[in-house]
Design a protein. Structure first.
Length: 137
């Protein structure tokens, strides 16, 4: 029996922290959340049957990554990959991460909780199901 090298897969931590060129994470783009350093991508990684909740992973709020947000399609399969790490300019600084983002817009998911939220947002905005208009005077 011959041993074969196994390649590393993407990170599965709740908060993805890239370290080097080639690090990547992938999943369906669930949406965004406000993090400590600004708006962050949330990727759907699966469903936890025991807790009855989605397993979501957030990406860092790095400046280069934020430039992709405007062109991303929610619910599409998404891959975020580090393509370059620029060393810090000083000993106390942080490296700058440069990203590439790939999406398969034909591979999308429907999230039931997002559909429920859209319906309730719509009824709240339009006053649907609001019988106060017809109340006796």
């Amino acid at each position: 029996m011959a041993l074969q090298k196994v390649e590393k897969g993407p990170s599965e931590e709740k908060y993805w922290t890239p370290e080097k060129k080639g690090d990547y994470v992938e999943g369906h783009l669930y949406g965004y959340e406000d993090g400590e350093f600004g708006k962050q991508i949330l990727l759907y990684k699966g469903y936890d049957e025991s807790k009855g909740e989605y397993i979501l992973q957030s990406c860092p709020a790095h400046a280069d990554l934020k430039r992709f947000y405007v062109n991303l399609v929610e619910d599409a399969f998404t891959r975020v990959e580090v393509v370059e790490v620029i060393p810090p300019k000083s000993k106390t600084g942080y490296p700058k991460y440069i990203y590439e983002v790939y999406q398969d817009v034909e591979n999308t998911m429907t999230f039931p909780d997002k559909e429920d939220a859209k319906a309730s947002d719509y009824s709240a905005e339009t006053g649907a199901n609001d019988d106060s208009y017809y109340a006796d005077e």
